[in-house]
Design a protein around this ligand. Structure first.
Ligand SMILES: Nc1nc2c(c(=O)[nH]1)N[C@H]1C(S)=C(S)[C@@H](COP(=O)(O)O)O[C@H]1N2
Ligand SMILES: [Mo]
Length: 331
């Protein structure tokens, strides 16, 4: 996510440190374009093998049945990229910060309060949540508003399973997700870049959609802290920031919630935030994306640019939710 306009930021700030240094070295040596392309091809082959690697992060296994019909067949982004190129501003604003600092987050014990417009509001311990519904592996495209993307084998179950358990009332029109607030564990919360705790939200029909995943793991294991342990949201047709991490509160509400990013930069980040190559309220384009992990070295600087698809390619499943809405107004 960006707040300052890109042109106000020195390139050393917006480029991962190594990429910046690497690029200067790289550009100093002329005629290496072909080598970079070859490196990209090699990485793509490696990515195709990676899915079978057991326990890539050495974290506890999270068994799940594969959900082939809801999964993309595209090459997985290597585990290393999924866990070292992150946005999790509670641990810092650079892509490397979450992997470096999220280790201090204590994910046990962990309680999630599900409250608001529900007949049976209650709190759930993480162990109860892990048993609430069968775990499924869903390989989804994951698109950040910063115009990069990944392909991640998430593990979780539909959020609808949890919401049904508390019996939403007829007044429940939206769902709000709230991340942990604890500056002692989350050093980035001393930076007022966002109003803490991080908040996100969905309309009720979006929250109940079968693609909307309450997510506990990836690559066959529990989530690494930097990816939002012990549980986060994944909504594959929306920009990545809709997927709140390390959730402690889920509220069923009547009014549309104000999300952290809407509050910070209302012109750029709307409530819906559906992936849309035709609407770029930010002052950079959403028409294409860089596929992380396929561009060899330098932090994916040379990753191939591919066209972004409407609803991130999930239009067949979700376009009907927005029938009749002006998507340039409700961005
Ligand atoms: N609590 C919290 N959740 C968050 C964020 C954050 O800063 N804090 N960043 C969001 C953004 S901008 C993206 S793109 C995704 C990144 O998820 P990943 O690091 O697992 O790829 O997390 C989202 N969820
Ligand atoms: Mo993002």
């Amino acid at each position: 996510m960006l707040i300052k306009k890109p042109r106000d930021i020195a390139s050393s700030e917006i480029t991962p440190r190594e990429a910046f240094r690497g690029r200067r070295r790289f550009l100093a040596a002329a005629g290496l374009g072909a080598a970079a392309a070859a490196a990209g091809i090699a990485t793509r082959r490696a990515a195709a093998i990676a899915p079978d690697a057991p326990h890539p992060g050495g974290l506890p296994a999270l068994p799940a049945r594969k959900k082939a019909e809801l999964s993309t067949l595209e090459a997985l982004t290597p585990y290393k990229d999924v866990t070292t190129y992150n946005n999790f501003y509670e641990f810092g604003t650079s892509k490397r910060d979450p992997a470096e600092y999220a280790g201090r987050l204590r994910t046990r014990p962990w309680t999630v309060v599900v409250e608001g417009e529900a007949l049976k509001p209650r709190s759930f311990g993480i162990e109860d949540l892990l048993k609430l519904a069968p775990m499924e592996e869903r390989i989804y495209r994951h698109r950040c508003v910063e115009a990069w993307s990944m392909v991640v084998p998430w593990i979780g179950y539909p959020l609808s399973s949890l919401l049904r358990a508390v019996q939403p009332t007829g007044k429940a029109k939206y769902v709000e997700f709230v991340t942990l607030l604890d500056p002692a564990q989350m050093p980035g919360q001393s930076n007022p870049v966002l109003q803490w705790p991080y908040r996100e939200g969905l309309r009720m029909d979006e929250a109940m959609h079968p693609l909307t995943l309450l997510t506990f793991g990836l690559y066959g294991e529990v989530l690494p802290n930097q990816d939002g342990a012990p549980l986060r949201m994944v909504i594959p047709w929306k920009y990545g920031f809709k997927g709140a991490k390390s959730i402690v509160r889920i509220r069923l509400v009547e009014q549309q919630p104000v999300t952290s990013w809407m509050r910070a930069v209302p012109d750029w980040y709307g409530f819906y935030s559906n992936v849309n190559p035709h609407v770029s309220p930010q002052n950079w384009s959403q028409a294409t994306e860089r596929r992380i992990g396929q561009g060899g070295a330098f932090g994916g600087l040379f990753a191939p640019r591919v066209p972004t698809q409407m609803f991130n390619g999930y239009g067949d499943q979700v376009a009907r939710l927005y029938a009749g809405m002006d998507l340039s107004k409700y961005f």
